[in-house]
Design a protein around this ligand. Structure first.
Ligand code: FEO
Length: 409
């Protein structure tokens, strides 16, 4: 059952998190399997003469969001609503909120945000909209609110808010992750350990297409000096970082840059009747002999892993091995889709070994080679052959793995 958690994060200033824990969702953006669920975080700050809401929630949960909000404040008393990013997982409940607010609140966001809100929800929603420029400051309730644009984290509309006197960063998608952590903040190391792989999966699937902007925008915030001095980083999904805020941006940079975990090699393949499977047994055996730690995702007649999980494994792998059958003069459909998404969302400068198997004509390997040649990945070798691998094929596969490992070194 979808629940809403309301907790006070600090007393001075009086700040609350309103967290909708969505365990009903199956496919984020109608694409990414997330059995771990997701949270939509909004924050409410009560100041002298002003009540500020940072982001809202998803339309489906507008009623329970409003119910939770009313425990903290009469919606009519909200003076400002800051919209960091208009994707409807954060803005869908805005029309209902504004109606109950009597359209009194000033909405603050970028020009892009204004245009997107107008397109999504109509003119009425933006009639009291204040457009801000990058770096602009506003005095609200005796505090200085600085707005900093971070385009493509996740959309062109996106910005963060820095509350100068309290050193708080409200970062929406940036710093977020999938999952419904047991705590609202980073006070429990066990919770963080469980949560971080969901953060990687979130970064790759949601922001992965724009991953160069992760490093670029975090550097922008670092150059402004606000990451170093931040007391809290408060994202729109997942944990609020109140103890060690820098940690989440460091983690984002690491994923954005594709920093590998030592010896991890990602192995992805389909196998319809065991011919590719046999090749991959040889490949995995050779990897292990050479001290590597293969992580395998296989598509067979008995299993089909979620592509969203597989994508989350790419950034910290040292190398990727792709095995595919030729299927109707194409790459096997499941590997084709996985590869398409890898090249779009997790396109990193990492070495690749291609392994192919075919019945009457090999096509898959060449098609994979062509896709790889147009990406950041480096093709190390291709080993493709017919039917069950022969002794010679086995030696070629082992040689391919040795080349790959040499490349990593
Ligand atoms: Fe969480 Fe891009 O919206």
């Amino acid at each position: 059952m979808v629940d809403v958690r309301v907790e006070k994060l600090c007393t001075d200033p009086e700040l609350y998190i309103i967290r909708v824990d969505d365990d009903e969702i199956k496919y984020f953006e109608a694409s990414w399997d997330i059995p771990e669920g997701i949270t939509y975080n909004a924050y409410l700050m009560k100041l002298n003469g002003a009540t500020v809401l940072f982001d809202v929630s998803k339309k489906d949960y507008a009623d329970i969001f409003m119910e939770a909000l009313k425990k903290l404040v009469d919606p009519k008393e909200i003076t400002h609503i800051i919209i960091h990013h208009t994707e409807p997982d954060h803005s869908g409940a805005l029309p209902k909120l504004l109606k109950e607010n009597g359209y009194r609140a000033q909405i603050i966001g970028t020009t892009f945000a204004r245009n997107l809100l107008q397109g999504f929800y109509g003119d009425e929603v933006v009639k009291n909209f204040k457009v801000i420029k990058d770096g602009e400051e506003m005095e609200i309730g005796g505090k200085t609110f600085r707005f900093i644009t971070v385009p493509w984290l996740h959309w062109p509309d996106t910005m963060i808010t820095y509350v100068v006197e309290d050193r708080l960063i409200f970062s929406c998608d940036a710093g977020g992750g999938y999952g419904i952590p047991k705590t609202v903040d980073d006070s429990d190391e066990e919770v963080i350990r469980e949560y971080l792989p969901h953060v990687t999966k979130y970064i790759v699937t949601v922001i992965g297409h724009y991953h160069k902007y992760i490093v670029q925008n975090i550097n922008k915030l670092k150059d402004l000096g606000i990451v170093e001095e931040a007391k809290m980083i408060l994202p729109g999904h997942g944990l609020a970082w109140c103890r060690n805020p820098k940690r989440i941006f460091e983690y984002y940079e690491q994923v954005g840059a594709g920093i590998p975990t030592k010896d991890k090699v990602l192995v992805i393949y389909d196998s319809m009747y065991g011919f590719v499977e046999r090749r991959m047994e040889i490949v995995i055996d050779e990897l292990k002999k050479l001290g590597k730690k293969p992580v395998a995702y296989r598509f067979t007649d008995k299993e089909a892993p979620a592509v969203s999980d597989l994508l989350g494994e790419v950034p910290d792998s040292e190398a990727v091995i792709i095995g595919a059958s030729t299927y109707e003069a194409e790459i096997h459909p499941r590997v084709r889709y996985a590869l398409y998404e890898i090249l779009d969302k997790a396109n990193y400068d990492k070495p690749v070994l291609i392994v192919g198997a075919f019945g009457w004509g090999g096509v898959a390997a060449k098609k994979i080679e062509s896709l790889i040649s147009r990406s950041k990945f480096d093709l190390v070798d291709t080993v493709e052959s017919k039917g069950m691998p022969t002794k010679e094929d086995e030696e070629r596969l082992r040689e391919g793995v040795r080349k790959l490992v040499k490349w990593i070194a």
